[in-house]
Design a protein around this ligand. Sequence first.
Ligand code: ZN
Length: 248
Amino acid sequence: MVRVTIWNEYCHEREDAAVRAVYPDGIHGAVAAALGGQEDVSVTTATLYDEAGNKNPDCGLPATLLEATDVLIWWGHVRHWDVDDAVAEQVQQAVLRGMGLIVLHSGHMSKPFMRLMGTSCTLTWREDGDMERLWVIDPAHPIAAGLDRYFDLPNEETYGEPFDIPTPDELVFIGWYEGGEVFRSGCCWRRGLGRVFYFQPGHETFPSYYDSRVQQVLRNAVRWAQPTARKAELGCPNVTKPTAKFDE
Ligand code: ZN
């Protein structure tokens, strides 16, 4: 069983009727629906803010929940800086100890992602609803399973290069927009024992998380990111005895 936690700052959907019309159950609800119906995947949602707009304790992510999470999915945009440094640190440490992390869309500037990347994670953007063509760069990659050479999203926020990230260990998608920009839209890294995937689609005013190809990517990414090894804590143990002695 893969235990997935979907974390959303949950502000646009509460504060903006146009966004609520697209995502009446919240972006976390739409992503949860995309992952639902799989017998070997259990889905939990967590939010920074509750329905009334009050900040949840531990930013919605208590240590007990993180420990019970195999893959954390992160959507944030306008409240990155409301996430406590201690929580961002716990997420970073959980990844280094083996938890998988999938960072969506504007989560490129979230504290956990920036900590794990070590770069500014900045990019260029335009919000005029361009069509995006997502090219599958690595058709043999497990995250691209079941996809054609490319797929189109009729409207997305344009994200453009330069995207200030460390060179990805594996590049799965490049997005091309009708305005001419290109963007590394699906990027994989190993950090410690954990796996990190960044996936660009998912602007709050566009219904990208209802698209069957986007949903396929999310399902594939959860399986790719699930832990293969996990440590309870990180450290540099002093191994006092050699493992072998060789005669001269
Ligand atoms: Zn956006």
